[in-house]
Design a protein around this ligand. Structure first.
Ligand code: ASP
Length: 455
């Protein structure tokens, strides 16, 4: 006899089966005791005798029993296994549980999130959470399949690195070998992926973790999040947009998730502001919202720069972007700065920005001009970005890319309200890790080793 998943019991009527799982619930009818046994594939009713009394909910058990068809009037066609039950012959408690600190057989929305995250390993037992994890895995699988078919390479880039500006604060890691010096965790692989283009890779992607120390916001995950990071050589804006759009359509069709409009409508930034008052907007009707239809749109032609508080300039999206070709002369001569439009394209879905990208400055003088407009001194530019400017000087191909945010797309697909519902082990909104207690204090001798004294 072979162990089978619960979902397969329906094909085994009359046969003896071996099942493993958790006891989802127990109903004690004195001489007969019913259990609902749960594994990741579903739930099935198990009928046992008084010996079952020693079993409690959430114990891990092995059950050997015969699959029986239920009498017609006892069938429950709301669940997959509702037409059958398992008549137990033997059972073994593989691990007796302590009382659980939170219920796991509800959808969980009613429970305080801090508690759910402290006990995330239990919270994940909810079928809803398993479904989200499984969807995430399938989603990434389909993205990979699509991109491999288009000859992309999947390449990892360093995590301990130098700062890459994406408009947030960096997470900093002290160096032991060089006391007083620090690594920064990447806010995105932006610089490395461009350097891969200089390296002749031409088509790169990565399911990349990005780290941004931003003030917690309701619609963001604090600390780290996952992007599909992608870069291509010898492309124009429209080529990257077309690739991403066809990938999204392919993946969503395979997952049977309806998309409102194909090809995706395109709005300029000006049009979007005029029409929706914002550069992220929801194109769905109330009925379409009800049906959880995904409404994608592109936004293009953003201004490159915006004023800072102290009357200088900063980038609106990405300092590594190239302006639209017709504005290159303005950039290089630092003229008409507010009128310069960037090649940036943002993908919007159901009211959220789900990703952005651009064609990059592949010539050193373009990138340098961006930093000069931002008021960086020659010295600062050399210090922070000298390696990029140098690299672009060695025959960098024209290139561009994008980075759709996977957490956000999955939140839209599932119709969940909160990004944390689709992230396996997210931080709390206050920035504490799930389950473990980071950030935490470290011992004095560790600090000493790092040459750090706390104030
Ligand atoms: N690095 C950008 C970001 O993280 C995306 C890109 O331009 O490829 O938003």
């Amino acid at each position: 006899m072979k162990k089978i998943p619960i979902s397969e019991t329906i094909n085994k009527i009359g046969q003896e089966v071996e099942l493993f799982g958790w006891v989802d619930s127990k109903r004690d009818h004195k001489k007969i005791v019913f259990l609902d046994l749960r594994d990741r594939t579903g739930i099935v009713q198990v009928v046992g005798d008084e010996k079952f009394k020693e079993i409690s909910t959430e114990d891990v058990v092995k059950i050997i029993g015969v699959v029986k068809e239920r009498p017609e009037k006892l069938k429950n066609n709301k669940i997959l296994t509702g037409g059958i039950e398992i008549e137990a012959r033997e059972f073994e408690i593989l691990n007796k549980t302590n009382p659980l600190p939170l219920p796991v057989n509800t959808d969980g929305y009613e429970i305080d999130e801090e508690v759910r995250l402290k006990y995330r390993y239990l919270d994940l037992r909810r079928p809803r959470m398993y479904k989200n994890l499984a969807l995430r895995s399938k989603f990434i699988d389909l993205i990979r399949q699509y991109l491999f078919k288009k000859d992309f390479l999947e390449i990892e880039t360093p995590i301990l690195s130098e700062t890459t500006p994406e408009g947030a604060r960096d997470f900093i890691v002290p160096s032991r070998l060089q006391p007083g010096k620090f690594y920064a965790l990447p806010q995105s692989p932006q610089q490395y992926k461009q350097l891969l283009m200089v390296g002749g890779v031409e088509k790169y992607f990565q399911i990349a973790r990005c780290f941004r120390d931003e003030d917690p916001r309701a619609d963001r995950a604090y600390g780290e999040f996952t992007q599909l990071d992608l870069e291509m050589s010898f492309v124009k804006r429209e080529d990257v947009m077309a690739l991403i759009e066809s990938m999204v359509i392919d993946v969503y069709e395979k997952l049977k998730i309806p998309i409102k409009q194909k090809p995706f409508p395109v709005f300029t930034y000006q049009e979007a502001i005029k029409k929706f008052g914002a550069d992220r907007f929801d194109l769905r009707t109330p009925e379409e919202k009800e049906k959880n239809i995904q409404a994608f749109a592109w936004v293009i032609d953003f201004p490159f720069f915006e004023k800072t508080e102290d009357d200088g300039w900063t980038f609106t999206h990405n300092p590594f972007s190239s302006p639209k070709p017709e504005f290159m002369e303005y950039l290089l001569n630092k003229r008409n700065i507010p009128n310069i439009l960037t090649t940036q394209y943002d993908l919007v879905c159901n009211g959220y920005e789900v990703g952005g990208g651009s064609i990059r400055n592949h010539r050193p003088e373009g990138l340098k001009a961006v930093f000069e407009i931002m008021g960086l001194s020659e010295n600062e530019i050399e210090q922070k970005f000298g390696h990029m400017i140098e690299a672009l000087g060695y025959g960098a191909p024209p290139h561009g890319g994008m980075a759709p945010g996977l957490d956000r797309m999955l939140t839209c697909i599932t119709g969940e309200k909160n990004l944390r519902e689709v992230i396996p082990m997210p931080m709390t909104s206050g920035g504490r890790t799930a389950i473990m207690k980071a950030p935490s204090q470290i011992k004095e001798d560790k600090l000493k080793e790092l040459g750090i004294r706390l104030r």
